[in-house]
Design a protein around this ligand. Structure first.
Ligand code: ASP
Ligand code: CP
Length: 348
């Protein structure tokens, strides 16, 4: 029988990671600590073989740059091997094979699987048929738990640098709040902190789903609706901007959302007296003209954290594998030695 996210067992060794609802503060602490331990491995300054002999099955049925490559790099950097398939065309799903059969087959070749699929709930379906742990790398408009973990890790680090903590923070979330799964996972994950104020702005038809709003409010956090991105960022500690998820909406929804121009740019931050704000985005940023996304004119601002997020993604995804595969920090350290090469860029 299908389980809802609140019925999934807590994440841990030998467990799937399908929803942030499987995480508690203790597990967050463990993942973040492991992310620190693997830092030199992620940076390529030391070599690790803790996952020697392990095979990752990487299945991506939707476009991806950072999630697929960082999960795969994470596994390789920990000493494992990767098998991968991308898109429906190059798997036997193109011949009508079901999720269930596909999952059972690939799990027989792998020790852990990472799966992205366009349908909400589909990765849980993969998990039901799998004989190894499955990590959700994005299921339609549902969730993207590893992204939420790297987002929270980055937010915590950036706030920490400013002498602040996530508890009590005010976070503006702007853009497509309806179809953006990273928003859904991040807002739910942030409820593990205390006293968060969310300042939300979305165009018409792209508002936050009521179940996410209820989840957040029932856990004692505050949601404030703003009429513009400028109003949302005023007084916030951080802003999380998101792309319009055009691939998930009908022409009708897209037309009523009326999304053109910039979602957020430097002039808006200036007007809101927020040029120092922490700027986050799950990426990709839609850099085409009038795409209604975060403008590149914010890139020189001191709070720009989008590439800290992507770099942290590697560490966090290493930590996720270590937890799912039952490896301790001590096991990692014991399997680590100095690199014999140095690829530090020397180029002016
Ligand atoms: N890359 C993120 C996702 O797959 C966000 C996005 O595509 O806009 O959910
Ligand atoms: N943030 C994110 O999931 O990026 P990709 O879609 O490129 O994997």
């Amino acid at each position: 029988m299908a389980r809802t996210p609140d019925q999934f067992p807590p994440f841990g060794p030998g467990r799937h990671l399908l929803s942030v609802q499987q995480l508690d503060r203790a597990m967050l602490g463990q993942i973040f600590e492991l992310a620190e331990v693997v830092d030199p491995i992620a940076a390529g300054t030391v070599r690790c073989t803790v996952l020697d002999g392990a095979v990752l099955g990487s299945l991506f049925f939707e476009p991806s740059t950072r999630t697929r490559l960082s999960f795969e790099s994470a596994f390789l950097r920990l000493g494992g091997e990767v098998t991968t398939t991308t898109g429906f065309t190059f798997s036997s799903m193109a011949k009508g094979e079901s999720i269930s059969d596909t999952s059972r087959v690939v799990s027989g070749y792998s020790d852990v699987m990472v799966v992205r699929h366009p349908d909400e709930g589909s990765v849980a379906e993969f998990a039901r048929a799998s004989v190894v742990p499955v990590i959700n790398a994005g299921d339609g408009t549902g969730e993207h738990p590893s992204q939420a973990l790297l987002d929270l890790y980055t937010l915590r680090t950036e706030l920490g640098r400013r002498g602040k903590s996530v508890d009590g923070a005010t976070i503006a979330i702007v853009g497509d709040l309806k179809y953006g799964r990273t928003v859904h996972s991040l807002m739910k994950l942030l409820t593990l902190s205390r006293d968060i104020t969310f300042r939300l702005f979305s165009p018409p038809s792209l508002e936050l789903p009521v179940d996410i709003e209820r989840y957040v409010v029932e856990r004692g956090h505050r949601i404030v609706e703003a009429d513009s991105a400028t109003e949302a960022v005023a007084g916030a500690d951080a802003v999380y901007a998101t792309r319009v998820q055009r691939e998930r909406m009908t022409e009708e929804v897209l037309t009523s959302a009326n999304v053109t121009g910039n979602l957020l740019n430097r002039a808006m931050l200036h007007e809101a007296d927020a040029e120092e704000i922490i700027i986050m985005h799950p990426l990709p940023r839609d850099s085409r003209m009038d795409s209604f996304d975060l403008s590149t004119d914010v890139d020189e601002l001191p709070g720009l954290s989008i590439f800290h997020q992507t770099d942290n993604g590697l560490r966090i995804r290493m930590a996720i594998f270590l937890v799912a595969m039952g490896c301790s920090a001590d096991a990692v350290k014991a399997a680590t030695k100095n690199q014999s090469w140095d690829a530090t860029l020397d180029w002016d």
